[in-house]
Ligand binder design. Structure first.
Ligand SMILES: Nc1ncnc2c1ncn2[C@@H]1O[C@H](COP(=O)(O)OP(=O)(O)OP(=O)(O)O)[C@@H](O)[C@H]1O
Ligand SMILES: [Mg+2]
Ligand SMILES: [Zn+2]
Length: 556
């Protein structure tokens, strides 16, 4: 009878195991030093070797030549374990034996010495399925186990193992196996089986397994059943419903060209080929994730499950996009995937989603727009508000954002030379000169009066209300503190009504047409004052068409 590849090639000793070096090293060490624990928990992703290692451990402990980290594989103990026929190695599937009665039986069994071998090894698979009662029964045994007993609890959900149990066991977490190791393993198995396989096909199988050896080997079985003794990448990809980099690349090309029409064509094509759209979206998300990793970590990267040639392709595509773009594309694609899960109209959802991607590529980042507002009303623009495209690593041909000139962000005036702070003069002059030097000139004109004695701890400013609000900002406090070389309390005295109007009038730029036309929330003085505030006006210029809906005084 045909034995599936995963079982046929189950590692019999540590040397055949791939990945899990930490588990292997620690266990081998414990065995050679004869420091065997009575309880082990093997946790981690499915198909990564938990049951396999449990059996290897049993073999190491019970081999006639042992205990040894290198069992002979030939003695009765070694061979029986592979066949699951050893009376002293008891495998229990907790999925079907999860109750109190089974655990009581097990407790009985534990009391008797091994029939032939050194140890009685209980391998409990799917241990998280054991009921609470049954765990309690097991706990008693784990607390005072006879010398000859070793428990191995295997689970994919270690958080479901009660802490009372976990704290009496040594825990090992099994990691998903790396792409390269999976490919090597399958290449070796294909050689053993006389299967010719191209590297591309092995890569696709490894990708399909997502880190699980068993899943990759099952996919390999499926591929052999379907394609016979020669595996080629196209067939295998089609069999598993995966998509090539080139077909996914159509999306990034459409994005680079901001071509909505092309996006619709992609969906049309998928439909015509009878592709599963949800599956496609998942692959697309993975594609964007890989592009993002290629962008951030560079290639070749072990974080990307792809052949060197594929990694090169990914790097070339990633070049054309900024990190922000890729992050946004990934997020949006995950949104599409989520929507598709419940959608009765998958095609519409995918179309809509892909069109959103195109539009997302054209957006100006909110951070860039806000950055152009400066830290605190600064007519002397800091260099950060130079055209935002400068911060991108994207080559100009693939720029998603429109050229700076076309953006709504007003071009900043060239920064004037900072005035030096005079060492002497009235406090107001010194303070104002200093604030100007700190790019806070907008507040400078507003200050009507500053009162201060050098040894006092307080500074009193008389200025319009808006200045008072600004005092809350750490910027201005820091500036004053820097000037004086110590912390002072800044006491703000609102200026009189008449003075307010005059003062803010002097400091406020004329509102833009759009801002002036915007509906006003009211005519009360507070609202008028807020609307006249230079920050508010600059915001409105930056985001034309924005409206101020309500004005609240945060001090009240
Ligand atoms: N680390 C590994 N090295 C080599 N082969 C492995 C490894 N892990 C799994 N395999 C292969 O996958 C098959 C299944 O492995 P195993 O039963 O040990 O997985 P598991 O972690 O117990 O999975 P599950 O959580 O589903 O029980 C093995 O027969 C073996 O062929
Ligand atoms: Mg298992
Ligand atoms: Zn042996």
């Amino acid at each position: 009878m045909y034995q599936v590849i995963a079982r046929k090639y189950r590692p019999r000793h540590f040397a055949e195991l791939i990945g899990q070096e930490h588990v292997r090293a620690t266990l081998a060490n414990a065995i050679s030093k004869e420091r065997i624990a009575h309880g082990y928990i093997f946790s981690g992703q499915r198909g990564t070797g938990k049951t396999t290692v449990a059996r290897i451990l049993a073999r190491c402990l019970n081999c006639e030549k042992g205990p040894t980290a290198e069992p002979c594989l030939e003695c009765a103990a070694c061979t029986e374990i592979a066949a699951g026929a050893s009376i002293d190695v008891i495998e229990i599937d907790a999925a079907s034996n999860r109750g109190i009665n089974e655990m009581r039986e097990l407790r009985e069994n534990v009391r008797f010495r091994p029939a032939r071998d050194r140890f009685k090894v209980f391998i409990i698979d799917e241990a998280h399925q054991i009921t609470n009662e049954a765990f309690n029964a097991l706990l008693k045994t784990l607390e005072e186990p006879p010398d000859w007993v070793v428990f191995v609890l295997c689970t994919t959900e270690s958080h479901k193992i009660p802490t009372t149990i976990a704290s009496r066991c040594q825990q090992f977490s099994f990691r998903s196996v790396e792409f390269g190791e999976l490919v090597d393993r399958m290449r070796w198995i294909c050689e053993q089986e006389g299967i010719a396989s191209d590297e591309g096909a092995l890569a696709v199988l490894a990708q399909a397994g997502e880190g699980s050896v068993r899943d990759s080997l099952s996919a390999l079985d499926q591929a052999i059943a379907c394609c016979g003794n020669e595996l080629n990448v196209e067939q295998v990809r089609e069999l598993l419903g995966l998509f090539s980099l080139d077909s996914l690349g159509a999306v990034t090309e459409a994005l680079a060209a901001s071509d909505s029409n092309r996006m619709l064509g992609i969906v049309q094509e998928l439909e015509r080929n009878g592709a599963n759209l949800q599956h496609y979206t998942r692959e697309l998300a993975r594609y964007f994730r890989n592009l993002l990793v290629a962008k951030i970590a560079g290639t070749p990267s072990r974080l990307i499950a792809a052949t060197p040639a594929e990694q090169e392709k990914l790097a070339a595509v990633a070049q054309g996009f900024g990190e922000e773009d890729l992050t946004r594309f990934l997020q949006l694609t995950l949104d599409i995937y989520r929507d598709l899960q419940h959608s009765l109209q998958p095609r519409l959802h995918l179309e809509l989603g892909l069109l959103r991607l195109v539009h997302a590529g054209k957006l100006v980042r909110i951070e860039e727009a806000l950055a152009s507002l400066g830290p605190a009303a600064a007519p002397t623009a800091p260099p950060a508000s130079a055209p935002p495209t400068a911060t991108r690593s994207t080559p100009p041909a693939r720029q998603f954002a429109p050229p700076a000139a076309a953006r709504p962000v007003a071009a900043p005036p060239p920064p004037p030379a900072r005035p030096p702070v005079p060492a002497s003069g009235s406090l107001k002059d010194r303070l104002l000169a200093h604030l100007a030097a700190e790019d806070m000139k907008a507040y400078v004109d507003a200050v009507e009066h500053a009162e201060f004695t050098e040894n006092a701890s307080e500074i009193r400013l008389s200025a319009p209300k808006e200045f008072g609000l600004a005092l809350k900002s750490a910027d201005i406090r820091d500036a004053v503190q820097k000037l004086l070389g110590r912390a002072v309390k800044i006491n703000f005295i609102p200026a009189t009504g008449a003075a307010t109007g005059a003062a803010s009038g002097a400091s406020v730029a004329a509102p833009s047409g759009a801002a002036a036309a915007a509906p006003s929330p009211g005519d009360d003085p507070l609202t008028q004052e807020a609307l006249g505030h230079p920050e508010v006006q600059r915001f409105q210029q930056t985001f034309p068409g924005s409206h101020v809906r309500t004005v609240r005084n945060l001090r009240d």
